[in-house]
Design a protein around this ligand. Sequence first.
Ligand SMILES: Nc1ncnc2c1ncn2[C@@H]1O[C@H](COP(=O)(O)OP(=O)(O)OP(=O)(O)O)[C@@H](O)[C@H]1O
Ligand SMILES: [Mg+2]
Length: 240
Amino acid sequence: MPKGIYIVGTDTEVGKTVVSAGLMHLMLAQKYRSSYFKPVASGAIVINGITEAIDAVFVRTASGFSEEPGNITPFVFKNEVAPHLAARLEQMPIDVGVIKDRFQYLKGCYEWIIAEGAGGLAVPLNDEGYMQYDLIRELGFSCLLVANAGLGTINHTLLSVHFARSIGLKIKGIIINGSTRSLLERDNAETIIKLAGVPAVITIPALTGVDTEKCQIGNLKEVFEKSIVIDQIVAEMDEL
Ligand SMILES: Nc1ncnc2c1ncn2[C@@H]1O[C@H](COP(=O)(O)OP(=O)(O)OP(=O)(O)O)[C@@H](O)[C@H]1O
Ligand SMILES: [Mg+2]
């Protein structure tokens, strides 16, 4: 039975793709047969006539992971807006049945799945109120929550953790991303450890030269190799 984890954010642009790419790099380097999965992606790039999600291209660049785009990114939108709006603008409704089909396919081919959400947890995927957290629950994942290191993160992180708990979604760990180790950021991490009630809290330092939109990975591999013991993350993954 494959296992996996869903990378969710306290917000958009907090580093979910950077973390997914770092984890995929570590997983594949340790010979864990792993797939990236981003069911709904806003932001596309055309490479050799094929439209791909920017996030998937970044993960491939960092980790070497390659799969048919239709399998790992079933819904890719050009408009970098919320999924329900992108789906409406591009007249491509998000069909959860298609996402589940692709997920079944990946489960048949890989032993580990690192999935990435779009934005935060309370993100609608259509105009009828089907939410990203509904999808995560239906696919059977627990989550890793990625949070900013800087100002405002205590509030965003605690809101996300308590909300997840209130709807029965498990947060297995928190990744505090992009820390410069300033006094404020060290205190943020300590306060989150104290108040969130989540056993694993890992800090990833600020990287240099990283830009997901431009597909520049900078020193991502080296920093993740130093900051994360991948077996500890793997141990938190649930059967799917
Ligand atoms: N650890 C880090 N150090 C320095 N910069 C970072 C770090 N993590 C992320 N960034 C910056 O933040 C940008 C956004 O990160 P990323 O694309 O991973 O966010 P995201 O949560 O996946 O966004 P989205 O909601 O659009 O999928 C990156 O292009 C990079 O410039
Ligand atoms: Mg992303």
